[in-house]
Structure formats: C-alpha cells, structure tokens
Design a protein around this ligand. Structure first.
Ligand SMILES: *Cc1c(COP(=O)(O)O)cnc(C)c1O
Length: 386
C-alpha cells in the first residue's frame, strides 16, 4: 500500500469497516475520481445518500447560501429551514408532523419511542412489543440493532433490549403475538438483499394494525425520497403507515433523519419527551429542501424509467439469476458468483456497485444518465459473466 491516506486510516480509524481498496477524492454527477484521477461510475451513491449525485450545483449553492447566514443554533429557538422542510414534507406526503434527527437509526429510535408512548398513554404498561420481520435492517444503535431481525447480528453486545418480536412474513404469526404496540417493516428489505414485500401481505398488515390500534411503522430510510420512482415507496403499495422514517437520500449527502407521523401520533410526543442537538440543522435542512425541490413528477417518472432500463439491460445476462426491486433500488441474484468478488472486480474496472447479503445491489444517483447506466451495466455484465 503506497497511499498515505489508506495507511493512516488503517492506523487511526477504528476498524469497524471492511473498506474496498478505493480512496475517493472528488465527484461530479454520477462519476467520482480516486487519488490518481481515475474515474468511476457510481452505482451506489454512498449507499443511497447522494440522490442528486456528487456536488449537484444547485444543492451546493443552497447549502453554501445557508452556511453564510447560520450554521447551527439549537432546538431551543426557531429557525426557517427546518420549519419549511417539515411543511414541504407534510404537504408532499400527507403526514401531519415531522421530527428531525441525523440518521436512519435515530429516526427509527424516534419511531420506537413514539409507538411505545402512544400505547402507554392509551393502554398503560405492558403493551409495548414491536414486531419486526426476519431479514430486516433497522440500524446499529442498541434498540434498532435489536429491532433488526437477523440472528447473526444479535451477538457480543448482550444484553439486548427487551420488547422486540420477530416474525416471518406471515399474517397468522403476526396476529398471534400479544402485547404488541407496533409493526415495523421495510417495503423493500435493502440490506436484507433488496427483497420487496408482497403487496397483499403489506395491505393485510396495514389492516390488522388499523383494526387493533397497533401502529404501522414503515422504515423508508432506504426506499424513501424518490429512490423507487415514487416519493415514498408506500405509494406503490397503496398504504399509509402511521409513521414513516426517512434518512439516507433526504439530505443529498448531509446527515439527516426524519420521522413523519400521521394523525394518530401527531400529539404523542410533547415537549421534553425526545430531542436531538443537531436535529433540524439549518444547513442540512437547506440541502434537503433543495433535494425535494428537484423531485417533481417528471423526475420521479425518470427514476422509474431508468430502473426499467437497468432491468432490460440485465435481462437474460449470463450469470444473472434474477433482478429484484423498484425504480433505482435493485438487487441482482447471481448464479454462483460471489457478490463481493463482483464488486471488487467492477471497482478495478471503474464501476462501483454495492452488495446486499449475497446479491449485487444497485442504488445509483437518481440523476444518472442513460449513457452512464449503459456503460456501467455493460461492465457489470462482463464481470458477472467472466
Ligand atoms: C441504512 C438503513 C438504516 C440505518 O440508517 P443509518 O443512517 O445508518 O443509521 C435503517 N433502516 C434502513 C432500512 C436502512 O437502509
């Protein structure tokens, strides 16, 4: 290893990440550059974060403009960007109120607390369990790690939190659980391999929740904000969860999480029940407002069209068993090859995909061009077939 940065990283940064051999220095649109000036087409957007690609000029301008007037105050005072962003999110989605924080896990923590308090306020103690689905992913904090229903991840950090129960995608099993205050699910399990839920199952969950005053929480941290070709993935399923969480793509590259709550929970969390020092940061919210301003109907239908283009380009490709997902959130099931090996070889050839379990996962920036997609998928196909 000759790159000084890689050496320093290995020496000083806590070793929680197995990094690929790639040092990214700058980017523009869907293309980034390493320290030697080699260019890469990015099919991962920093795990679905850079929704407008690298350094979109309008986004940079919005962020810079806010930086020049106010970078932070605190939630003790009023500021415009978070109030306006909350209004815009509610107007777009039909939700009533928003809580801002800094990450997906933190948004899910807020949802867990809201669900527990909603139930406590109405029914008292003991009705506190949250159902999550096997293969889900909800974050890395203690509560959201416990919510993540993957046995392999429930190790080392004992004791795990109480009050989470795991179910298969099976209505009878879900209906059989007692003391439940909420069901939390991803419409497409992202980290779990890009596995979309069955539409009828989701509608049954929504119905069961509504009939029993159980809160339906949608973790749209990965699927939200245009990723699947609708602003929220719930629109594909025709359901309106009581709570939706967002993060990744919302900030366009700056850390933000949001919990959207509907009518049922709009007054559940009063002053002092929850908070976040950085939550609703003006600079981050200014960036997120710009992201939203770009996501009109045409932008979203382009996401859908590009997703269909990727599926078409991959259909019948050698070594590809199936392609799952919606819009620009796609998972490729391979016929025998290791997804990690495919990603490593793609990076060597100037294309950056992701993995999810044993699949290759694609979350390209939503602004990627057809030409970039054709070129990148061409490389990916060649690597998979080799
Ligand atoms: C990434 C992700 C999270 C965790 O988000 P962080 O910002 O890493 O805390 C939670 N849920 C889903 C569905 C995710 O994809």
């Amino acid at each position: 290893m000759t790159d000084d940065i890689k050496i320093k990283d290995k020496e000083y940064v806590l070793g929680t990440y197995g990094r690929y051999d790639l040092h990214i220095v700058r980017g523009k649109g869907a293309v980034c550059e390493d320290e030697r000036g080699k260019k890469y087409i990015d099919l991962g957007s920093g795990i679905g974060v850079n929704s407008l690609g690298y350094c979109d000029p309008g986004w940079v301008k919005a962020v810079e403009k806010q930086l020049e007037s106010l970078q932070h105050t605190s939630n003790l005072y009023y500021t415009a960007p978070d109030a306006l962003l909350a209004e815009e999110l509610c107007t777009r989605t039909g939700y009533e109120k928003v809580f801002f924080c800094n990450s997906g896990a933190e948004a899910n923590e807020a949802a867990i607390k809201t669900a527990r308090k909603y139930s406590f306020d109405k029914y008292g103690r003991g009705r506190d369990k949250i159902i999550t689905l096997n293969k889900s992913f909800h974050g890395r904090t203690m509560a959201t790690l416990t919510a993540t229903a993957q046995e392999a991840m429930h190790n080392y950090f004992f004791p795990f939190n109480e009050g989470f129960v795991y179910c298969e995608k099976d209505m009878e099993e879900i209906k059989g659980k007692e003391g439940v205050c909420a069901v939390m699910l991803e419409f497409i399990q992202g980290e779990g391999g890009v596995i979309p839920q069955d539409g009828e199952f989701v509608r049954q969950v929504a119905l069961h929740c509504a009939q029993n005053d159980i809160l339906f929480i949608a973790d749209e941290v990965q699927t939200g904000v245009g990723r699947t070709g609708k602003f929220l993935c719930s629109e594909h399923y025709g359901v309106k969860p009581d709570i939706t969480t967002l993060a990744k793509g919302l900030g366009g590259g700056l850390p933000i999480g949001a919990m959207l709550v509907g009518d049922k929970c709009k007054d559940t969390m009063g002053a002092g029940t929850h908070g976040s020092t950085f939550g609703g940061n003006p600079v981050v919210c200014a960036g997120a407002r710009y992201v939203l301003s770009r996501m009109d109907g045409e932008f979203l239908s382009e996401v859908e069209r590009k997703g269909a283009l990727v599926k078409k380009l991959l259909s019948g490709a050698e070594g590809v068993k199936s392609v799952n997902g919606l819009g620009l959130m796609l998972g490729i099931e391979l016929d025998g090859k290791s997804a990690t090996d495919v990603v490593k070889e793609c990076i060597a050839q100037g294309v950056i995909p992701l993995t999810a379990k044993d699949r290759v996962r694609l979350l390209p920036p939503l602004i990627i061009t057809d030409g970039e997609l054709e070129k990148a998928i061409g490389v990916l196909k060649k690597v998979i077939a080799e």
